[in-house]
Design a protein around this ligand. Structure first.
Ligand code: HEC
Length: 116
């Protein structure tokens, strides 16, 4: 009898652990950000400095923000957004590191793309 009792205890413990884990995971994903280490304000500064002029020149009304609008954007995933940031950054030869990419990614995602 004793062994059966402890088995039930173990099952309860497992169930409790599973529920705990599930809520913990939901909690994490609800707060997850594709650019967790990025600082949007720092990203805006970098973006204003190195990226805006060229994007602006692409539009007749000189408003490059349209590039990120639903109408013009091609990036439809975090990976593609990241890829374009890296691609464009390489062309500017600013030599950004992961840190800067996170900042600009955070800024663009928070402001325009809003990928989860
Ligand atoms: C020399 C001009 C130029 C500069 C400088 C430039 N870009 Fe771009 N960028 C482009 C062009 C052209 C496209 C569109 C490419 C396409 O649609 O295939 C683009 C597209 C993008 C996109 C994708 C938009 C979308 O969803 O379709 C992102 C993101 C982006 N640029 C980020 C940056 C960042 C960040 C910088 C600064 C490091 C930067 N760009 C600097 C020319 C430039």
């Amino acid at each position: 009898m004793r062994s059966k009792g402890s088995l039930i205890c173990l099952r309860l413990l497992c169930a409790a652990a599973a529920i705990y884990l599930a809520t913990a995971l939901v909690g994490v994903s609800a707060h997850a950000n594709p650019f967790p280490k990025g600082n949007a304000a720092a990203g805006k500064t970098l973006h204003d400095k190195g990226c805006v002029t060229c994007h602006n020149s692409m539009f007749p009304d000189k408003d490059g923000r349209q590039l990120y609008s639903d109408l013009f954007r091609k990036a439809d995933s975090v990976a593609k957004l990241r890829g374009m940031i890296e691609f464009c950054n390489n062309r500017t030869k600013s030599g950004w590191f992961e840190e800067e990419i996170q900042h600009v990614g955070r800024y663009l995602n928070d402001t325009y793309y809003q990928f989860k």
